[in-house]
Design a binder for this molecule. Structure first.
Ligand code: AMP
Length: 215
């Protein structure tokens, strides 16, 4: 299955996207994570990406496109993928459809949460600097500051601060939200309430909805 995940920042796209990918046995491709690992390189491109991400601004489309195509055309994505973070703006659904074969996605999974919940979650979120696993109000690490999965250290993201949060949430409203209508019109939209219960409860809602689409 070829799935894109959409939702406000803090809606659980990464968490649920990774779980869904594991469930389906396909790769999880997070453009934010791909860009973050590029940004740690001491290269001109790394520094450029870091500056955009820290400001909460969108990274130039060409850079994102190259990283995304590299992942989507890799043999491991032949049986499908869960793509988080792309498309993000008008025109990108068509660009995405153009690079995959067949030229369509099967499900656009929209994890719906309100803006206030998003703000609250981002203000308390920490992520593992090694594996990217997110922690917050719904997932507390067994040892404070240490990742349960890989023992990496947990830190706040540089873009999870006031002005960058505001900017990213505004971007979602203005640029990404219209894509929901695009996928609804194509008949592939699946909307899940991202505030209804625990991570595990949301996960079972997601897998149930996806299973219906598989049969
Ligand atoms: P995320 O991890 O999805 O919250 O993304 C973090 C940051 O990565 C965003 O604020 C952007 O700076 C950058 N980013 C991720 N995906 C894209 C994209 N499709 N286009 C442009 N910038 C992106």
């Amino acid at each position: 299955m070829r799935i894109v995940v959409l939702g406000r920042q803090g809606s659980g796209k990464g968490t649920q996207g990774q779980r869904l990918a594991r469930y389906l046995g396909v790769p999880y491709i997070g453009t934010g994570d791909l860009l973050r690992s590029e940004s740690h390189r001491d290269t001109e491109r790394g520094r450029e990406i870091r500056a955009y991400q820290t400001d909460g601004a969108l990274v130039p489309a060409q850079i994102v496109f190259e990283l995304m195509v590299r992942e989507l055309t890799h043999p491991r994505a032949e049986q499908g993928f869960v793509l988080d973070g792309y498309p993000r703006i008008d025109g990108q659904p068509q660009i995405l459809a153009g690079v995959i074969e067949p030229h369509r996605i099967d499900v656009a999974l929209y994890l719906e949460i309100g803006a206030e919940t998003a703000r609250r979650r981002l203000a308390t979120r920490k992520v593992c600097t090694d594996c990217g696993a997110p922690y917050g109000e719904s997932r507390v690490p067994r040892t404070p500051g240490i990742c349960d999965e890989c023992d990496g250290s947990l830190e706040r993201r540089t873009d999870d601060v006031g002005p960058a949060i505001d900017r990213r949430l505004r971007q979602f409203e203005e640029l990404t939200l219209p894509l929901i209508d695009h996928y609804r019109a194509l008949g592939v939209l699946v909307t899940i309430d991202g505030e209804a219960g625990t991570v595990a409860q949301v996960e079972s809602g997601v897998t149930r909805a996806i299973d219906v689409r598989r049969t």
